[in-house]
Each structure stands twice: as C-alpha cells, then as structure tokens.
Ligand binder design. Sequence first.
Ligand SMILES: Cc1cc2nc3c(=O)[nH]c(=O)nc-3n(C[C@H](O)[C@H](O)[C@H](O)COP(=O)(O)OP(=O)(O)OC[C@H]3O[C@@H](n4cnc5c(N)ncnc54)[C@H](O)[C@@H]3O)c2cc1C
Length: 416
Amino acid sequence: MTTKSDILIIGGGPVGLSCAYYLLKSGRKVTILEAKEIGKGSGHGNAGQIVPSHIIPLAAPGVVSSALKWMLDPALSPFGMKVRLSPAYLLWLVQFAAACNDANVQRSLPAMRNLAQLSVTNLQKMLDEEGIECRYQQTGIITLFKDEKAFEGGKHEAEFLGKNGVPTEILDKAALHAREPIALDDVIGGVHFTGDSFMNPAIFLGELAKRVRAMGAEVHENTPVTGLESAGGKISKVRTASGEFEAEHVVLAAGAWSPIVARDLRLKLPVQPARGYSVTVAAPRKMPRHAFILGDRRVAVSPLGELLRFTGRLEVGEYSTTPNPDWLARLEKFVREYIELDEKLDVKETWAGLRPVTPDGIPAIGRSPHHSNLTVATGHAMVGLTLGPGTGQVVTELVNGRKTAFDLSPFGLERF
Ligand SMILES: Cc1cc2nc3c(=O)[nH]c(=O)nc-3n(C[C@H](O)[C@H](O)[C@H](O)COP(=O)(O)OP(=O)(O)OC[C@H]3O[C@@H](n4cnc5c(N)ncnc54)[C@H](O)[C@@H]3O)c2cc1C
C-alpha cells in the first residue's frame, strides 16, 4: 500500500518535532515517521540545557590534543572513541581532526550565533503561545572550576564569547559561593552564562508532540524507514515495514541514524554518533539554583523541578544506547566533587543517547544537492535541543521556497 503525503518528516526528535511545528504553522500537512516512540530518542534524557552560549563548534583548536591526553586515563576521561574499521568512520575521524582549527571556528561562529539566537527567541515564543510547562528556568548556567588552570581557560573562553555577543559573568570564589551556596568550598570560581536556561526535555518533547498532533500531524510510531528510492532527481518512495510513502517533500531528521536512512541515495552526509549518559535522581534535600557544567570534568548538572540530572561523556562512533554502569557511577562521583548531595540518592532513571556529529561540528541543514524534494536537518551534536526551534523555522522556509532568516550556506550539504 502506498500512502501519499504533503511533507514527510523522518524522525521525531527535537529537530523533527520542531520542523513539524513550523511546517504545520505555515499551512503544510505533515506526516512523521518515527522508528520508536516520538520524543523518546536522543533528546529524552539529555541535560535539558538551552545553551545559546555554545556557539563554538565541537571541532575547535585544542580538541584533538585534549582528547588524546584524556584517553591516557580512560577511567576519568570525558571523551571516548569506539574502534571500528569502517571507511566512512575512519574518513570522518580524519576530517574531524583536520577541522579542529581556528578557521573552522571563525567560519562557523556567525552561523551558529544566528541559529542559536533565533532558536532561543522561538523557544520562548513557543512555550508562551502553546502554554507548555516543562520546568523551564532562566537563572542561567554556571561553569564551576576547582582547578586554577582550567578556570583561567574558562575566563579566556568567556572573554572570547563575550566579544561575540554571549552574556557572561566571571565569578570569583566569594561571588560564586554567594550565588550558589550548594558549591563545595574547594570550588574556586565560575563563569555564569546568564542568557542560558534549562528545562525537562522529556516533558518539553512530550508536550510539543501533543501540540503537533493537535495541529493535525499524522504520526506513525514504531515505523522505521527502511530505505529511500529516488527517480528523476526526486525522492520517489520512502519504504517502511508497514508500507510505502510518497511525499511532495521529505525532511530527513533522524539524528545520528540519518546516514543509515539515506544510505541508498547519492548523498554525502558524514554524521557519526557520539554517545553520552545521564543519571536522574529524585530532588535531594538541597537543590541548586542554577544548572552547572563541571568545568574540569565536563559533566552537566541540571535541576529539573522534582528531579536532578547528571549528564556526561562523549563516545565517538558508538551506536549502542545501552548505558555503561561504570560511567553512570562515575557521573555521580564527579558531581559529589563539586556540590553538596544527600549521602544516598534515589535514582529514577539511567539513560544513554546519541549526539549526531558532523566532521566540522556544526549542523547539516539544507536542501539535498541531488534531490529537489529532500531537505536534511541533522548534525546538531551537543546542542540539538537548543537549536531545534530555530532549525524548525529555517527548514520550513527552505521547504516553502522562502528567503531564510539568515544565510544558511555554512550549514549546507555542499560542504561535504
Ligand atoms: C548525554 C547527552 C546530553 C545532551 N544534552 C543536551 C543539552 O543539554 N542541550 C542540548 O541542546 N542538546 C543536548 N544534547 C544533544 C541533543 O540531545 C541532540 O543534539 C538532539 O537529540 C538531536 O536531535 P535530533 O532530532 O536531530 O535527533 P534525535 O534526538 O536522535 O532524534 C532522531 C529520531 O529519529 C528516529 N529514527 C532513527 N532512525 C529512524 C528511521 N530509520 N526511521 C524513522 N525514525 C528514525 C530516532 O528514533 C529518534 O527519535 C545531549 C545529548 C546527549 C546524548
């Protein structure tokens, strides 16, 4: 059986759902095909941090040397790498290493800033207009430091970001402890990103999915796309186990799985998974006032109303979403190094998810160079929850043939 649709979105994560929301608002009819349950993919258990401050791409100077140094101490390293002898993966590693330079940062920064600012504006409008209550808090995110050298690095980065329009405040020890009394005494300072915010991502995605359904989207869960066919420069068929779909336009938003979905197409889409973990506990007696990033450990701490979540680790090339229990235990141990916590925590959920990462560390958003009815939106790496609402708007503009809110060429697929 073949089902015909107007817009077919593959993937119901933060990016696919945001695309659905803005396409529906623009008057298009939307069908979503989701392999599992909508909103339960890599967005569900993430840190929930809305970080317009994260405009430096993942591929930046010093990343490779830091990764190599960390890997000498695998039990403590925030970074890991799967050994896989796949040519696409090996090429991705080489391209990523080559992109870790200042030119990549300079090229990416304006586009990342535009997308981040649009996303934050859109998110706030969406929460207000749709009445979404998702424990959204705007007290900002503080990077905490225990090590003088790391704090110096944090200050340097804050100064750079400040010059690029990101509001930051350097906190010395006294200022930090006055602002966040839960920090332990040997935390020596912090950088407060006052424009950042945080939310419970699972509640947000669940509520957004409800709105999208109420606006008329047809949602097919447990319907993995098994292949795409093309003819005459267009996507002619989208295959699933429960039938075929034809669409005026297809939006590929399947996160780290996007290259697998597109494997039958002549399309260069070098996206690799980077697995991370989270542990969510019932709110301890004392809760932080802000969300944190533990600067020396690269672990995120997010107060989510009645819950507190610890998130961390970046394992490149790993597709499995089964959490590693050793790492889950380490996340809690690292958090105990920085903030006061009850002796015994009530663990509510443990989770692993995949960040979709391109070799230059910025998203891939654009029309396919070879298929007139295919738009790709993936590669949002560590910031897909943040960048979803802006991506939804610009994808809608692209699909509808309108002028985009800003120049999208740095995100275009032609660069691969
Ligand atoms: C540990 C961790 C912490 C993070 N913290 C943050 C944070 O604080 N802030 C932030 O902004 N971002 C954060 N992220 C990143 C963010 O979660 C991702 O960037 C985001 O989930 C990407 O969204 P997406 O919609 O592109 O992909 P996904 O969320 O992965 O969604 C893709 C969807 O496609 C579906 N799919 C896959 N294959 C198919 C198929 N064949 N057919 C149909 N559907 C398919 C999947 O089931 C999934 O639901 C974090 C990620 C991790 C892992």
